[in-house]
Design a protein around this ligand. Structure first.
Ligand SMILES: [Zn+2]
Length: 369
């Protein structure tokens, strides 16, 4: 059997204390394909962590049966710093309460050093292994001063040479949806179908999210090699809303992830037939964020998961003092994939998001989960 749990110690933030990251490892190190999965990078988003608990149970069985062919690394709780951030009984796990900001931003961009490195090779001599070996060394060389630096470096080191990187998050209130690094990856469509994603949004942003940090070097490598090097399909998977931790969906989601891993030959065994697609893959630039135009109470008129046509009303904002009502309508429409948990409208804040077919606007910092 290959399964073991490893604990990686972070740099201390206070004298005499330190935190660790718990890592489940399956398969022979270096075996391909490699998959890396992590949960609760935004530490108050726990549905993914519970799905990974069930996935680990399934993988332990597969390991006993000798069915693991590739390498599998699972970190169910990726953010021990954020897990400890409670303010008067409220868990605030999305952003570092120190100076680090959003936990899913500003990962090291290894594209520039990779670009320089690959410039020394003839394009036909650039292989997936050339890229992987360089990325491993570059992550090792990242300097770290703070506990948060060491967390980011630890997670990136586990993921950077993987063929598949799945970062499990959730929205406030939403169906399952996914941000993909690359819609042209041969497994992109089957992943969205295996996940049962109601929306699938493809592209990399300028925010250097964990997904972007893992995928972006491969885009550079493909450009220099002059052919697609599908080294990493990275996905930020949004598993419904923050309160959607339940037994039935977690079991089902773990089963779906397991089927995908069979489909791409990380695991032995015949996967279940590919489920139907709910939505085409749409561009990140086609995401429409609906914003509050006045202060008031938000009353949603439509449900996340629904298809909304151009110009339809998604919500109303009601000011009970003046009696004014405002209709919040879509511009181009698309799949309504999530809305905020609060019902207090603050002018200018995003209250709902839709995935549309046509590129029309940039994704805002505030609205990206
Ligand atoms: Zn998140």
């Amino acid at each position: 059997m290959t399964h073991h749990i490893q604990y990686e110690r972070l740099l201390p933030s206070a004298p005499g204390t330190s935190r660790t990251v718990g890592i489940h490892r399956f398969g022979v190190p270096g075996a391909l394909p490699k998959i890396y999965l992590q949960g609760a990078l935004h530490a108050d988003e726990l549905p993914g962590a519970y799905i990974l608990h069930h996935l680990i149970e399934r993988l332990r069985k597969a390991d006993r049966a000798g069915a693991i062919k590739g390498e599998i690394v699972v970190v169910p709780l990726a953010n021990p710093i954020g897990l400890a951030q409670r303010i008067q009984a409220i868990h605030a796990g999305r952003s570092d309460l120190g100076l680090g900001g959003n936990f899913n931003r500003n990962y090291a961009d290894l594209s520039a050093p990779l670009h320089e490195h690959l410039g020394r090779f003839a394009p036909e001599a650039i292989s997936e292994e050339t890229v992987r070996a360089f990325l491993r060394l570059e992550v090792e060389a990242i300097t770290q001063k703070t506990e948060l630096d060491s967390l980011k470096k630890t997670l990136l080191a586990l993921a950077i040479d993987a063929d598949y990187v799945f970062d499990l998050h959730c929205d406030d209130e939403a169906p399952v949806y996914v941000y993909l690094s690359d819609e042209n990856h041969p497994q992109a469509v089957s992943l969205t179908r295996d996940l049962g994603a109601r929306a699938a949004i493809a592209g990399t942003s300028e925010m250097a999210t964990f997904k972007d940090a893992c995928a972006r070097p491969w885009q550079i490598a493909s450009r220099i090699a002059g052919r697609p090097l599908h080294g990493c399909l990275a996905a930020t998977i949004e598993y419904r809303g923050t309160r959607d931790v339940n037994e039935e969906t977690a079991q089902s989601d773990a089963k779906r992830l397991y089927a995908f891993m069979q489909r791409v030959k990380i695991l032995d065994g015949e996967p279940e037939p590919l489920p139907p697609a709910f939505s085409p893959i749409t561009p990140l630039a086609g995401v429409e964020h609906l914003q509050a135009d006045r202060p008031g109470i938000i009353v949603f008129r439509r449900q996340p998961g629904e298809q909304i046509a151009a110009g339809e009303t998604v919500a109303e904002i009601v000011d009970p003092v003046s009696g004014d009502r405002s209709l919040i309508k879509t511009f181009a429409g698309g799949v309504f994939f999530g809305h905020v948990a609060t019902r207090l409208a603050v002018p200018g804040s995003t209250i709902a998001s839709l995935a549309g077919i046509a590129p029309r606007m940039q994704t805002g910092e505030e609205a990206y989960p």
